[in-house]
Design a protein around this ligand. Structure first.
Ligand code: FMN
Length: 213
């Protein structure tokens, strides 16, 4: 009997441990937002890096931190973000970060990355062959749960696309500040992304952003 209780306790402990590893939170360093080249210099430099000759050098954690913060980080208190949302709600698009070591989800609440999978999915997500060469691919996905408060389907789609436009322009500008190559990609393998990220029904991939140095 004692043996059985011990065995059950060990099984529960192993389960809790596994669950916590799957949901591991990696706090990102505070974004480096002082100094830099200035917004107008960044605007002057903003451009898409060549897809075919995309830079293959990895980003530092600090650079990734700054880019994710620029894309949808909190910039004033707990309800103010770098990008505008209709009715001032929380961001209704999520950012997944795909790299050689797996996929994480950006959590703007505590500026952290939550592990989603240990698989390298970069070769699966883009319809163009060169996309896989990017050291980091950001995958922007609409969040149907948050968008459900808006009633009209067409409007919901517009909201997600408008927000994606703001997020990706912020990504381009932050990338320009750090001399990082960036490219917006619309040609995606939707079904592969949905499967790889186990997206709930209603959540839709909107675009990819290739990043590399
Ligand atoms: C909505 C949108 C969709 C795009 N889709 C792709 C794409 O699927 N593949 C690609 O290689 N580039 C894509 N791009 C990048 C554009 O080709 C690029 O932004 C354009 O050539 C202008 O270059 P610039 O960003 O340097 O000004 C896309 C850009 C936008 C804004």
């Amino acid at each position: 009997m004692l043996f059985l209780v011990k065995k059950s306790l060990l099984t529960i402990l192993a389960f809790i441990l596994l669950a916590s590893v799957a949901q591991a939170d990696d706090k990102l360093p505070d974004p480096q937002i002082e100094g830099g080249i200035g917004i107008f210099s960044a605007l002057k430099l903003r451009a898409s890096a060549s897809g075919a000759d995309f830079p293959t050098g990895d980003l530092s954690t600090e650079e990734l931190s700054a880019i994710l913060w620029a894309a949808s980080g909190l910039n004033r208190g707990n309800t103010g973000w770098t990008v505008p949302m209709s009715k001032g709600t929380e961001p209704y698009c999520r950012i997944y970060v795909a790299g050689s070591k797996g996929v994480s989800l950006y959590d703007w609440r505590d500026h952290s990355l939550r592990t989603v999978s240990g698989d390298d999915i970069r070769a699966r997500v883009g319809a163009q062959g060169f996309v896989r060469n990017a050291p980091i691919i950001l995958i922007i996905v609409s969040d149907s749960e948050i968008l459900a408060q808006f009633k009209n389907d067409a409007y919901i789609k517009e909201l997600a696309h408008v927000l994606t436009g703001a997020m990706t322009q912020d990504i381009y500008l932050a990338a320009a500040n750090y001399g990082i190559g960036a490219r917006y990609i619309h040609s995606m393998n939707h079904d592969e992304i949905i499967e790889a990220l186990t997206l709930p029904p209603g959540d839709a991939p909107i675009c990819l952003m290739m990043l590399g140095k």
